[in-house]
Design a binder for this molecule. Structure first.
Ligand code: PEP
Ligand code: MG
Length: 592
């Protein structure tokens, strides 16, 4: 039966494919396709893992001390029985044979099916057996991972080429939640879209989805409960609708829309190397937001004239607490600088905390674990200043990279005047340490993210201490409106059009211009065509966004006349409904 689920559209386009349900805790399990000729070997791996675990459980049983409670031996027997149960092993083999999933993926796919069946049981005793089957599968996954070390695709998701080679259906990931650190695996993913139960429009999980340019819907609440393994799913990343098991006619309609949006994309791509100049001759700088040095080439390819935001924290994630050292960071920053071939690279110092913990944690785990709101806690520059050695190490690495090209340092979440002094001292010390060590570095500008209302309100004073500022609208909205950007329950109140937000953005841009300091916007607002004319009217000439958004924004810039809205700016800013006011002033036609 066809059903529809509604969520928040976070990454545009339409994806159509088979659902792959993955528990949030198992997203880092390897997902790749095995070629037809490798299917038998893969089943062999499964068999070996089962035998290995059976051996382990037998040994455990054997070693139980005589005084151990009888329940323990009984539990091990239950696990041994489940291990040999046809519902687990035979059905897992089918995923390998028919879908060509690797053993780990097949096993976790079957676990999802069984877990669902247990959840639906009336008998509470039987329902609780779900935990046993989960434990057995976890043991097998560990066994598979241990044996796979060193051979086969070891990353969570293997190259797309394998999927294409196997000629499989497109796949849609369905999960309760995906941690930002896990989203990084999707860079080389087999998935062509995803849907999650939780998350907000500017949560970092959504931001990474946009940077990957794959259709995505988050905050779809019941999605992972309503969608079943292998269901056909359509993700409409423009409207937030997820259609499960669509009728033929609906499927055809969406296939048509998918083709249309691909054509539109190809058309926009032709603007790649056209300079972004408005109708009234104003040159506009379109920069890229990147997460890893490897994203540099795609930024250039998209026509970016530099990197306006390199979110360096992604280098610090997925490492089990082992942070990257100075040399490792230096190499990463240098690679990004070299990839940009002389264009400027703005490296933001580490912004961990809030919804980007160092360890891989989903939103729900975070909320559950920390209770307090981590967005108001020790994050971003607060964390860096609390770890001065680590902060200086990062500054030295960035300074060293500046010997290879134009580099700017951007500091996240500055809110206090005292922080500014500490940042400057840390930078001076980092330079001194490099001088003492005889290491080369170039001239580097220092900038602040304006993303806390306190900084926007004191912008004139902040500007005296920084070479440039970059407005982080994602957090500025969160902190101005007191709305957790990652919480789908309040997502409807997260309003970039709120007059208070627009006023802070406008005043920051204009104050920077008065002080003759460079200013850009690097939050999601910069990549949203609905705001392009308004930001231009406020005087903004530098926008930083995901490479995938550059062409669409460029098209908007090419069609814009900055004078058109500028004369009505006061009217827009004093309106109770600025979105509607802008739509009216632009004749409606330019807004989507
Ligand atoms: C912002 O807050 O707008 C921003 C660009 O930074 P991040 O999304 O990484 O918090
Ligand atoms: Mg921010």
């Amino acid at each position: 039966m066809s059903i529809q689920v509604f969520g928040l559209p976070v990454s545009r386009g339409v994806a159509i494919g088979r659902a792959v349900l993955v528990a949030s805790s198992r997203i880092d399990v390897a997902h790749y396709f095995v070629p037809v000729e490798g299917v038998e070997d893969e089943i062999g791996r499964l068999r070996e893992a089962r035998d290995g675990v059976a051996h382990e459980l037998q040994a455990l049983k054997h070693e139980l001390p005589a005084e151990a409670p009888a329940e323990l031996a009984a539990l091990l027997d239950v696990h041994l029985m489940l291990l040999h149960d046809e519902a687990l092993i035979s059905a897992t083999k089918v995923w390998i044979q028919e879908r060509h999933y690797n053993a780990e993926w097949a096993l976790s796919a079957q676990l999802e099916v069984l877990a669902r069946q247990f959840d639906e049981m009336d008998d509470p005793y039987l329902r609780e057996r779900k935990a046993d089957i989960e434990q057995v599968v976890e043991r097998m996954l560990r066994e598979l991972a241990a044996k796979a070390r060193g051979g086969g695709p070891s990353t969570a998701v293997a190259a797309k080429a394998m999927r294409d080679g196997a000629g499989e259906d497109a796949l849609i990931l369905v999960a309760n939640d995906v941690a930002p650190a896990d989203m990084m695996h999707f860079k080389r993913s087999v998935f062509t879209g995803f849907v999650t139960d939780v998350g907000g429009r500017t949560s970092h999980t959504a931001i990474v989805a946009r940077s990957l340019d794959i259709p995505a819907v988050v905050g779809a609440r019941e999605a992972s409960r309503l969608i079943r393994q292998d269901d056909w799913v359509i993700i409409d990343g423009d409207s937030g609708v997820v259609v499960v098991n669509p009728s033929r006619i609906v499927l055809e309609e969406y296939r048509f829309r998918q083709q249309q949006s691909e054509l539109e994309r190809a058309r926009l791509n032709r603007l790649r190397h056209t300079p972004a100049v408005t109708l009234d001759g104003e040159a506009v700088e379109l920069l890229a937001n990147i997460e890893l040095p490897g994203d540099g080439p795609s930024a250039l390819e998209a026509g970016a004239v530099g990197v306006g935001l390199f979110r360096s924290e992604f280098l610090f994630m997925n490492r089990n607490g082992d942070l990257p050292g100075e040399d490792e960071q230096y190499e990463a920053y240098r690679d990004a600088v070299l990839a940009l071939q002389g264009l400027p690279v703005t490296i933001r110092t580490v912004d961990v905390g809030a919804d980007k913990p160092l360890e891989r944690m989903t939103q729900q785990e975070l909320r559950h674990e920390h209770g307090l709101n981590p967005a108001l806690g020790l994050r971003a520059i607060r964390w860096s200043l609390a770890e001065p050695g680590m902060f200086r190490q990062q500054l030295r690495a960035i300074l060293r990279a500046s010997a290879h090209g134009k580099v700017r340092i951007l500091v996240p979440m500055v809110a206090q005047m005292a922080e500014i002094r500490l940042i400057q001292e840390a930078l001076a010390r980092a330079r001194q340490q490099l001088d003492d060590a005889g290491r080369a570095y170039g001239p580097v500008e220092l900038g602040a993210m304006i993303e806390v209302p306190a900084a926007a309100l004191l912008i004139d004073r902040f500007l005296q201490h920084f070479d440039f500022v970059s407005i982080g609208t994602n957090d500025l909205i969160q902190y101005t409106l007191a709305i957790d950007r990652a919480d789908e329950a309040v997502a409807h109140l997260y309003d970039p059009w709120h007059p208070a937000v627009l006023r802070l953005v406008c005043e920051t841009i204009q104050a920077a211009q008065r002080a003759r300091r460079a200013v850009s916007v690097c939050g999601e607002m910069a990549g949203d065509t609905a705001f392009t004319e308004l930001l231009l009217a406020m005087g903004l000439r530098s926008f930083s966004m995901h490479p995938a958004r550059i062409a669409a924004i460029k098209q908007r810039v090419l069609r814009a006349d900055t004078r058109r809205l500028a004369v009505h700016l006061d009217e827009v800013l004093s309106s109770d409904d600025p979105a509607q006011c802008v739509a009216r002033l632009l004749g409606g036609g330019l807004l989507q």
